[in-house]
Design a protein around this ligand. Structure first.
Ligand SMILES: *[C@@H]1O[C@H](CO)[C@@H](O)[C@H](O)[C@H]1NC(C)=O
Ligand SMILES: [Cu+2]
Length: 361
């Protein structure tokens, strides 16, 4: 829980003034927490009021059905024992090549660092603080295998990382579309990635990340946890799939420099997710969007070997119901361009969240 509010580690550029921001700042002293509702920032006042800040990170995980609390960055480190690598502030990283881009600041093992086992082929969910405030930008998940018998004590900057999940611009335009991070918010501010069943067993850091594009420079929010993958396969990541942090991203990457408020962005339908290509054995939680075409045709999403997303028959129009009860809680069941199933599992209702996305809730 937030205890002491720290100033941003780097200055931020005020986002688009047309946005009306109603954000809650968490502040506190001496372990008490109170929330302060900040001003409603309007076009007229944006120039004079300080920017309302709302940041955060991954606060807990669900692995093989169990909840694991993460590190509490605003509490004393003394006595904290968690699978998550320690981090110190809700503030974003805004330099793509910063050493803390690997596992946040400072991302070294805690004194009472834990590791938990996780089955290859099983889902792992990361929960951000509620409600995650930034709906524009990609979601990314990486693994890095540690040498030896534990990740404890291993410097995250020395590891080679590979990407096992990503979700960028899911539909619509860069300026006005539905993003991976918007879907994360719609999923209870959480993101579920399937640990590829092909990944070799061993000790890994798992790095969940969201990148926020609502202001410039882009804001990186990575956190890491230590897992021991069991029951894995034998598909090692290739050299082309392996990257270092820092190193994987450059400040000049198109997916980092992008300005979502330009005129061009209002019609641009492609976004290049930063980092390496997906690991060949990955089961991305969102199928890759269809390639951009000049005509506004709708292409059925490629159905991949996903474990956490709903089954997606290739040709059922959204108005027709396919096999009943196929979509689990938080699964997509409709929205602009949606060609998949529309019937929610028993107990859940397909609910319109925005023109691009309906979800079983
Ligand atoms: C939503 O996330 C919170 C953690 O942020 C968790 O405690 C809660 O159980 C989640 N709700 C559902 C329905 O999964
Ligand atoms: Cu923020």
């Amino acid at each position: 829980m937030a205890r002491v509010y720290k100033e941003p580690r780097r200055s931020e550029v005020t986002p688009q003034p047309q946005l009306q921001l109603l954000e809650i700042e968490r502040q506190g002293k001496l372990g008490k927490m109170f929330t302060a509702l900040t001003a409603l920032v309007t076009l007229a006042s944006a120039g004079v009021l300080p920017q309302a800040l709302a940041h955060g990170g991954v606060l807990s995980y669900k692995i093989d059905g169990s909840i694991f609390q993460g590190w509490a960055p605003y509490n004393s480190p003394v006595g904290q024992t968690t699978i998550q690598r320690p981090w110190s502030s809700y503030n974003p990283i805004t330099v793509a090549t910063d050493p803390t881009i690997a596992c946040n600041d400072d991302g070294t093992s805690g004194a009472l660092q834990l590791t938990t086992t996780a089955q290859a082929g099983s889902p792992i969910t990361a929960y951000w603080n509620q409600v995650w405030p930034h709906a524009q930008g990609p979601m990314l998940t990486y693994l890095a295998q540690c040498p030896g018998s534990t990740c404890t004590g291993v410097n995250a900057n020395t590891l080679k990382w590979f990407k096992i999940d990503e979700a960028g611009l899911l539909s619509g335009t860069v300026g006005d579309g539905y993003w991976g991070s918007g879907k994360m918010i719609d999923q209870n501010s959480s993101w579920t990635t399937t640990i590829p069943s092909s990944v070799p067993s061993g000790n890994y850091l798992i790095r969940f990340e969201t990148i926020a594009l609502h202001s410039m420079p882009a804001q990186f929010y990575p956190e890491c946890a230590q897992i021991q993958i069991t029951g894995g396969g034998s598909l090692a990541p290739t050299a082309a799939e392996l990257v270092s942090f820092p190193g994987a991203y450059q400040q000049t990457d198109p997916g980092v420099t992008i300005d979502i408020y330009t005129n061009d962005a209002q019609s641009q339908t492609t976004y290049v997710i930063p980092g390496p290509p997906l690991y060949a054995g990955a089961s991305p939680s969102v199928p890759a969007p269809p390639p951009a075409t000049s005509a506004p045709t709708t292409v059925a999403p490629t159905s991949g070997p996903t474990a956490s997303s709903p089954s997606q028959p290739s040709s059922a129009p959204p108005s027709q119901s396919s096999a009943a009860g196929t979509i689990a809680q938080f699964g997509q069941c409709g929205g602009s361009g949606w060609n998949g199933a529309t019937a929610c599992a028993s107990g859940f209702t397909c609910t319109v969240l925005n023109p691009y996305y309906s979800q079983c809730l």
